[in-house]
Write a protein that binds this ligand. Structure first.
Ligand code: AMP
Length: 242
């Protein structure tokens, strides 16, 4: 879903946190982590770090895409399976070294396995000056997840995202902005969605349990409109940081 200014300002609670620190957004594919991460990024002036986006950039890189590693990443992503932990960890570690992460960041799509979570906890424990990680999990019903994922289309030129059920373009499958034909991610088809949900339940649900057990954790209802979810997420973050 596109994020516009009205959405952000109507939803934004008054926040005065100077260092939001590391924030994990957890939730199944289609829960709206990317949308919420983008709103938080604007509100708190911290970067969104999406491992899905970083991996898509890597696999579309002209050199990497033709390498065996690039092919392996493509095959795993297109079939709804996870990329090996070590590779994603390396990508996250390199990204976290950039200076824009000094006040905090929103991790979207990471950690997705228990070993990734343990790796992150260990790395953060060795990072000076950062408040401890907090995790917000977004709960969304299966029916909504299915509609959000299988209805998602994007413009390959301006990257605007539509949903054929809830946010369709004005004309059939054509971008409102630049009239380019919209495309569907290979892994957004219904059968790959089923595999992604299976992967989530098997490998990522234990990550939610891990952070729930640590205490610096909140759960919000992700079925609500974007602004309402943002309000709940922001309040959860303020509560966990206070
Ligand atoms: P996303 O855009 O977050 O839905 O991620 C798309 C795909 O990228 C996933 O289905 C995985 O194949 C891969 N991916 C993203 N994040 C991770 C991660 N933390 N660990 C392993 N694979 C990942």
């Amino acid at each position: 879903m596109p994020v516009d200014e009205a959405m952000i300002s109507s939803a934004a609670p008054d926040t005065t946190l100077t260092a939001p620190g590391p924030i994990l957004l957890l939730g199944a594919p289609g829960a709206g982590k990317g949308t919420q991460a983008k709103v938080l990024m604007e509100q708190w002036s911290i970067p969104q770090i999406s491992t899905g986006d970083l991996l898509r950039a890597l696999r579309s890189d002209p050199i990497e895409s033709s390498s065996p590693l690039g092919q392996q990443i493509r095959n795993l992503m297109d079939s709804g399976r996870l990329v090996p932990d070590e590779l994603v960890q390396q990508i996250v570690e390199a990204r976290l070294q950039k200076s824009d992460t000094a006040r905090g960041y929103v991790l979207d799509g990471f950690p997705r396995t228990l070993p990734q979570a343990l790796w992150l906890d260990d790395m953060l424990a060795r990072t000076d000056g950062m408040p401890p990680v907090i995790a917000v999990s977004m709960r969304v019903s299966y029916t909504d997840l299915l509609r959000r994922i299988t209805g998602r289309r994007s413009c390959p030129v301006c990257f605007r995202i539509y949903n054929v059920y809830s946010n369709p373009p004005l004309l059939d499958t054509i971008c409102d902005i630049d009239a380019s034909p919209l495309v569907q991610r290979v892994d957004d088809s219904e059968n790959v969605f089923a595999e992604r949900i299976r992967t989530y339940e098997e490998l990522t649900a234990p990550v939610v349990a891990h952070y729930r057990g640590q205490g610096r954790f909140a759960e919000v209802n992700g079925d609500l409109p974007v602004a309402a979810v943002n309000r709940a997420v922001s309040l959860a973050i303020l509560g966990l940081r206070s």
